[in-house]
Design a protein around this ligand. Structure first.
Ligand code: ZN
Length: 302
């Protein structure tokens, strides 16, 4: 009699448990559909809480992705790279994969002309300054370039090393308006020491043959770099194997020799075999192939 009672109770409990489970299962399924947005929001919130809103908002357009494969680009990046290698008659020795998107940048901002008639404002400071590889280790500050130029330079110097040119170092890259102003005034004082009776205009015109006034220097743009293997920048660098290699290969990395010897009448600046300007690979290659300087390429020779 006692055992029967226990069996009844156990059976009742078992039935209650099964019914309970069934109710819970159907109940948790239905609200699950209704409450799925908050759930997915909560899941993505765990990984990137700041973007959970954006993540759940970007869910609906997902099906669009399945419609796009029909629009395959006519040329893959591999084809494009092969065509480029043929165009310049050379293949990269280094793996360009990590650098290609930087080197091939074609944004207008990288073509900005800065010279004696196209000045940068005194408060212009690039926002993406990045440390420069191979900044000369002689106690000078770490030199910086804008991100894309810095990455392109990294590839450029890595490739140079593959050809055995390992001692070219960066001596100057980004320079602030204030520093360029200091430099120009410093040179003016130096010139005045030997010409006490010269006018300010005369002194400045002498200094302008080798240094630029604040605002005129593209060093303020963070897009150009001085590099060589001499103790001081000197035109004799142009005769070295290093300088020749740099001049002949800069375009493959989006750089141009900014002040060529045969363009001083256009640039108004003496030959500087150490000064390279980033403009992006397509523009740099055209400039190199056509033997232009930046002013000529941009049609700004007036
Ligand atoms: Zn320079």
């Amino acid at each position: 009699m006692h055992m029967k009672k226990i069996t009844y109770i156990l059976t009742a409990l078992l039935i209650a448990a099964i019914v309970g489970l069934l109710i819970w299962a159907t109940a948790s399924e239905a609200p699950g559909e209704v409450s799925s947005p908050p759930e997915s929001g909560g899941t993505s919130g765990g990984e990137a809480s700041g973007e959970s809103g954006a993540a759940s908002e970007s869910l609906p357009p997902a099906p669009d992705v399945s419609e796009s494969p029909s629009e395959t680009p006519p040329e893959t990046s591999e084809d494009a790279e092969e065509a480029y290698a043929q165009r310049v008659g050379k293949e990269y020795r280094i793996d360009m994969t990590p650098y290609l998107s930087y080197v091939t940048a074609s944004d207008e901002e990288y073509l900005r002309l800065v010279n004696q008639t196209h000045l940068l404002s005194s408060d212009y400071v690039p926002e993406d300054l990045t440390d420069c590889i191979h900044t000369r280790k002689d106690g000078r500050d770490m030199q910086q370039l804008r991100l894309y130029a810095a990455k392109a330079l990294e590839a450029f110097l890595a490739e140079a090393a593959e050809y055995g040119y390992t001692d070219v170092t960066v001596t100057s890259a980004y320079r602030s308006y204030a520093y360029q102003n200091y430099l120009f005034n410093f040179y003016c004082e130096q010139e005045r020491a030997s010409r006490p009776n010269a006018s300010t205009e005369e002194i400045e015109s002498i200094v302008l043959t080798y240094s630029l006034k604040a605002g005129m220097s593209e060093h303020q743009s963070g897009l150009c770099v001085d590099m060589h293997n001499l103790s001081q920048a000197d035109v004799s660098f142009g005769d070295t194997a290093e300088a020749k290699w740099l001049a002949e290969n800069a375009h493959r990395f989006g750089f141009i020799l900014r002040f060529p010897a045969d363009k001083t009448a256009v640039t108004g600046v003496q030959y500087e075999p150490w000064h390279f300007r980033f403009v992006g690979r397509e523009a740099a290659t055209e400039i190199y192939e056509q033997g232009l300087c930046l002013e000529e390429y941009l049609g700004q020779t007036g």
